[in-house]
Design a protein around this ligand. Structure first.
Ligand code: GLU
Length: 376
């Protein structure tokens, strides 16, 4: 592991997002694990003292609320249950954070956001400005998804990707996911004795993505390794490092700094802010499958022309986000489309000169402009 980065020291990492999963925060009886949380808050206080700015992304609202309301399946049986549980649990969760941080002389702030808040560029910039102001005021924001209003199709559903997206909005240097596993393993360590911890991941390729297993091990939260790798893709693409470490020990951050295990996904070269936001978007409306010539042109930095398009999939409107794929299914880029799906299908494969004849008008000569496209 890159020695200077291990433990995400305040000297290297100015702004850090810390995500805490439900199973760490809430015990099986539905109570907050307060003694453990105090040790984490002590870690946070020490880091702040050393000059690190901290943002907390805290799960646990649904788990806490479900026990209070005696809902089956941990409150995750239906969307309505999850929303009622979140509304009930969130108030207890924020009270707990506020009082434990206050014990250490730290002011807490609460931000509840939906996926939509961060997918809409204007609201994303608002959230980003609020985080910036809170940092300047030396406050620790405690963020969670606003589960009580989010509907099924527009939910993050897991706080791993939310933490990465918040890291991006806050221009954080790193994100650490406290989990019930101590990193990314080559195979499931619970079933395979030869599974090896991967300490440093420089690139999220197919081999790394294939190590994800699916659902949450604890059954309490919703993030498994898949959502953690997806979070790593968002964070590293935004120029932030992302670590997965175990939260199953007291003072988990000091434990990690003192040589504890963990996996770090190294930040990629940061894209421009707008393209980074685009690449990290989670709602994609359509897919444009392109031929090898178009792929090569995109890689040289050109816009996508209709001529190179083999197929259009999905129903979308002009301005929606689409993925651009190679014929073998690889996602090459993501961008804002200039045509709705019906018109896009009519001009697919056609030369730009013929668009006006085909459509009776010529809105744009490109399908996706390079200024509105991010390679992935
Ligand atoms: N936002 C959910 C909660 O507070 C947790 C999502 C997750 O499990 O990551 O309960």
């Amino acid at each position: 592991m890159t020695p200077s980065l291990s433990g995400f020291p305040p000297s290297q990492i100015r702004r850090l997002v810390i995500k805490i999963g439900s199973a760490l925060l809430v015990d099986p009886q539905g109570e907050v694990r307060e003694a453990w949380l105090r040790t984490l808050v002590a870690d946070v206080a020490a880091r702040k003292q050393a000059g690190q700015q901290i943002i907390i992304v805290s799960s646990g609202a649904i788990a806490l609320g479900a026990r209070r309301l005696k809902l089956p399946k941990g409150g995750r049986g239906s969307l309505e249950d999850a929303q009622a549980a979140a509304a009930t649990g969130q108030i207890a969760l924020s009270q707990c954070w506020a009082s434990l941080l206050h014990e250490r002389g730290i002011t807490a702030a609460q931000m509840l956001v939906t996926l939509d808040d961060l997918e809409n560029r204007r609201r994303y910039l608002n959230a980003s400005a609020t985080l910036e102001r809170l940092m300047a005021l030396d406050v620790v924001p405690v963020v969670n998804e606003n589960d009580s209003v989010a509907t099924a199709e527009i939910r993050f559903g897991d706080n791993d990707r939310l933490a990465a997206r918040i890291g991006q909005a806050a221009r954080a240097d790193a994100v650490v996911l406290l989990s019930d596993v101590d990193g990314l393993y080559s195979a499931n360590p619970h079933v395979d004795a030869n599974a090896m911890l991967i300490e440093t991941i420089e690139r999220i390729d197919a081999r790394i993505a294939g190590m994800a297993d699916g659902g949450s091990a604890s059954g309490m939260g919703s993030g498994g390794m898949t959502s953690k790798i997806e979070a790593a893709r968002i964070a590293t693409g935004a120029g932030a490092h992302l670590a997965i470490i175990s939260g199953k020990v007291d003072s988990p951050l000091s434990h990690w700094s003192d040589g504890g295990k963990g996996s770090i996904f190294l930040a990629a070269q940061a894209r421009g802010a707008r393209k980074g936001w685009l690449a990290g978007r989670l709602t994609v409306r359509g897919r444009i499958v392109v031929d090898a010539g178009a792929e090569a042109a995109l890689r040289r930095g050109n816009s996508l022309l209709p001529a190179g398009v083999a197929r259009i999939e999905g129903i979308f409107a002009r301005g929606d986000v689409v993925d651009i794929l190679a014929e073998d299914g690889r996602v090459i880029a993501r961008g804002l489309i200039e045509y709705d799906s019906e018109e896009a299908a009519r001009i697919a494969g056609k030369r730009s000169e013929d668009i006006a004849t085909l459509l009776g008008h010529l809105p744009r000569s490109v399908l996706v402009h390079r200024d509105h496209m991010a390679m992935v």
